[in-house]
Design a protein around this ligand. Structure first.
Ligand SMILES: [Fe+2]
Ligand SMILES: [Fe+2]
Ligand SMILES: [Fe+2]
Ligand SMILES: [Fe+2]
Length: 404
């Protein structure tokens, strides 16, 4: 399998986030990526202009970002979904004020039925075309049986979708799908083994206009990354009432601590991004464990202890994030090497990683938890100092936190 070639770090980050939305206990079940590829192929067959095609594929990559719980997600993976509109509306609200605002409208109507009866009041051609395409691609995906080769399911899946031609789905789109679905490769591209490369290849063949291509390091790209990271910090945080704003707090703390320690503006902004993304791997923990009131059993502790590792793996493929992924993912490491998941000691933990680790504890102690109220600032500082004494946190960074 060749390496993934994507146009820009913010697209690579979008891929990482897309994968995070599909985390389960059995690894990544790439619903979003499959829907993105099918959306792209239908859009291409329709001759959609490049910019609209790119927008449709990107929206598809994160279309269910408004889903709050794993239970809600499971319900959406039933073909005749009963209440599809809330997560679509929530996704719209999350994306609208961000650099991803162009995707917001596509996400908003991605469950709207062609024949009407939608919460939006829209029907037929008044539903944005990109949303209609996404709807069809999404429902195709939930019909696929992961236990069998997809190309063997071709006729039954197309026939099932055909049954909703003109009711749930735009008839023209069903016809286009019937056409491109004749190709064996259409189905083989969706297999987990080939999907990532197929989609990357597809995106490389339909590049963003040159004016939109930026390299990380230039301010516009960093600005876009900050905006995207902020949206997804919100998605991680909203899964539990106790972590409401946790990632944003860690991010603000990291930025300000960076200033106190004398880092330049760009580095402080990168620290902020690391803070926003540090708990991205928590999307791989179900809400029953996140919200549990009481001590966790052994198996639940194992689930929790996976999350910084998941953050590390998810951010690994974003170019320019070589260091940043470590600052984000090492927040439960300790200077004495007794942390997790890597058990790295002080020789391996950069000052930036130590900053994020201190901010994570700082923010967590200040927030309410199911088993205690948020602590006062003096008490927080006292605990941080004890943690420096015990070899967990960096003393210099803890002292700097005292200046905030
Ligand atoms: Fe959905
Ligand atoms: Fe979906
Ligand atoms: Fe964490
Ligand atoms: Fe955290």
């Amino acid at each position: 399998m060749g390496g993934l070639v994507l146009h820009s770090p913010s697209d690579q980050l979008l891929f990482a986030i897309s994968a995070a939305l599909d985390l389960t206990y059995k690894g990544i079940s790439p619903h979003h990526m499959r829907v993105a590829l099918v959306t792209g192929k239908i859009s291409q067959a329709l001759g959609l202009p490049r910019e609209r095609l790119q927008c449709a594929v990107r929206a598809a990559l994160i279309h269910d970002c408004g889903v709050k719980t794993w239970g809600e997600r499971d319900k959406l993976h039933v073909f005749e979904v009963e209440h599809p509109f809330q997560h679509a509306e929530d996704g719209f609200r999350l994306l609208e004020p961000s650099p991803l605002c162009a995707l917001a409208v596509v996400v908003r109507y991605h469950h709207d039925r062609w024949s009407g009866g939608n919460l939006s009041g829209l029907a037929g051609e008044s539903i944005p075309l990109e949303s209609r395409i996404l709807h069809l691609a999404d429902r195709l995906d939930v019909l696929l049986d992961p236990a069998r080769f997809y190309n063997c399911q071709r006729s039954e899946v197309l026939k099932a979708l055909e049954g909703y031609r003109g009711s749930a789905f735009d008839p023209q789109l069903v016809d286009v799908l019937g056409d491109i679905g004749r190709q064996e490769s259409f189905w083989l591209d969706l297999e987990p083994e080939f999907l990532r490369d197929s989609l990357a290849g597809f995106m490389a063949a339909t590049p963003k206009p040159a004016s939109q291509r930026e390299t990380y390091g230039s301010i516009p790209e960093l600005g876009e990354i900050e905006g995207v990271a902020e949206v997804f910090a919100g998605i991680v945080d909203r899964r539990s009432p106790y972590t409401y704003q946790h990632s944003k707090r860690v991010a603000d703390c990291a930025y300000r601590l960076g200033k106190v320690l004398g880092f330049d503006e760009n580095r402080c902004r990168e620290l902020r991004v690391a803070g926003l993304l540090h708990d991205l791997g928590k999307l791989g923990v179900d809400e029953g464990i996140l919200d549990k009131n009481g001590s966790l059993d052994g198996a639940e502790v194992c689930v929790i202890r996976r999350h910084p590792y998941l953050t590390f793996r998810l951010l690994e493929r974003v170019s320019g994030f070589e260091e940043l992924k470590e600052w984000a993912a090492f927040h439960h490491e300790r200077l004495d090497g007794k942390g997790y998941p890597f058990g790295f000691g002080e020789d391996r933990l950069s000052l930036e990683a130590r900053v994020v680790a201190v901010c994570d504890v700082f923010a967590a102690l200040s927030e309410d938890r199911p088993y205690r109220r948020g602590l006062e600032r003096d008490k927080v500082m006292e605990i941080l100092e004890k943690m420096a004494d015990s070899g967990a946190l960096d003393r210099k960074v803890v002292e700097a936190a005292g200046c905030l």
